[in-house]
Design a protein around this ligand. Sequence first.
Ligand code: NAD
Length: 459
Amino acid sequence: MPQAVTSRSPQSPSDVVGEFPAADASDVRAAVDRAGAARLEWASIGAAGRSAALSAAARALRERSEEATALIVREVGKPLTEARGELARAVAILDYYAQACVAASGELYPPSVGALLYSERRPCGVAGLITPWNFPLAIPLWKAAPALAAGNAVVLKPSPEAAACAELLSSVLGGCLPAGVFSVVQGEAQAGTTLVACADVVSFTGSAAVGAAVTSAAAGRGIPVQCEMGGQNAAIVLPDADAAATAAMIASAAMGYAGQKCTATRRVIVVGGNEGFIDALADAVSALAPAPPEDGGTVLGPVISRAAQQRVSDAVAAGEAAGGRVLAGGGEIDREGWFAPATLLDGLDPGHELAREETFGPLAIVLRAADLEQAMHLSGGVRFGLVTSLHGRDLDALLAGVAMADTGLVKVNAPTTGVDFYAPFGGEKDSSYGLREQGPRALDFYSSTRTVTIAPHGA
Ligand code: NAD
């Protein structure tokens, strides 16, 4: 097992961003034990105290905005504009759950005996959170903030590629919460499996393969678990969609942050042979040249690692070998860093692996459908079910598409990427397991409900 976790800047791999001791199994268990003890103090400060602590954390993160944004750009290669957006979202999540601490919770029922019958939420205990690298502040916080608001303590196992961002989070929260209520354990798979083996509730975001293992392990222990996993999201373009505007929107949904979002558009399903749109999409994708993420205008920065770069180039080669035609991109990028070109492939069979499985890079596939029914059939014919977007003007057709979509999120004339942080988020099929994240529903996941009956003495 590695002794240390090291993260490197994907745009400049010789730049070591952070190196931290890796937690072994006993370190992870000790962190969970400490969190279990700290939870008692967290409970004793009451809802108003927890609200004040989360508000203070929001302020502290806002004060460190510049530093945190620069770290996101440096550590995971996120383009500056998107990194700023992530930071703003992270602060907003803390503010939102600070208020949720003091919102009404539970319900009052008419008692059949006694004088009072009500339900209340109780925390689960220690929340074990396992997160990916692509939203290194927002994903840990959209799990941790509701877990903390509901009265739990948190142990976070971040992705090694986002280790330094997790340490920054730990320093921000550590300055505002009682000691041990939020802690980070650095490490790889073994730290994650140990956390699943000893936490009281588990929330995971990452790949479908790891998510399936986390689900079985947590379910085997009988603890609540939620997993948010991959997507193979389709954008469906109806014949009356404006070609240029729709192409620009879809190109950025597919290629923004080098396609490294679970909500990225992976398949573009064109209904009724709209060749003008396909040409416009190829032009829009070709215009997205990889560029340094620290530049304000960059849309397409690097991919996260050399392995990811190789995976994208292998996928394009496999697509071409199977008869796919490169409409934009292809080839390799000759510059320092793990950059990959934004590539659009046409002519692949919808059953080909590239059309069915997530590459998690700047690669999208064009598919064609004769009508909306066939488009929806193609869209739903994969094991994932995260997001569908529909583009066009005919409201009847758009509403029919919404009704047929087999995904947890549906967007009309909006990109597959980008979800408001206060609305439920999650998918169907292999994209998600368990209750939705975000918004008020997240508080339900991190609590159990207790029903209390109170009767007068001697009644
Ligand atoms: P990953 O599955 O490789 O890793 C995710 C986390 O799990 C990391 O912290 C990793 O160290 C840990 N891990 C690895 N093996 C483990 C094990 N056996 N037990 C417990 N933990 C283990 O994913 P990644 O490469 O970091 O992220 C990319 C994936 O995340 C993509 O598939 C993407 O679609 C998905 N993702 C989904 C969402 C969503 O909300 N649906 C959001 C972002 C990313």
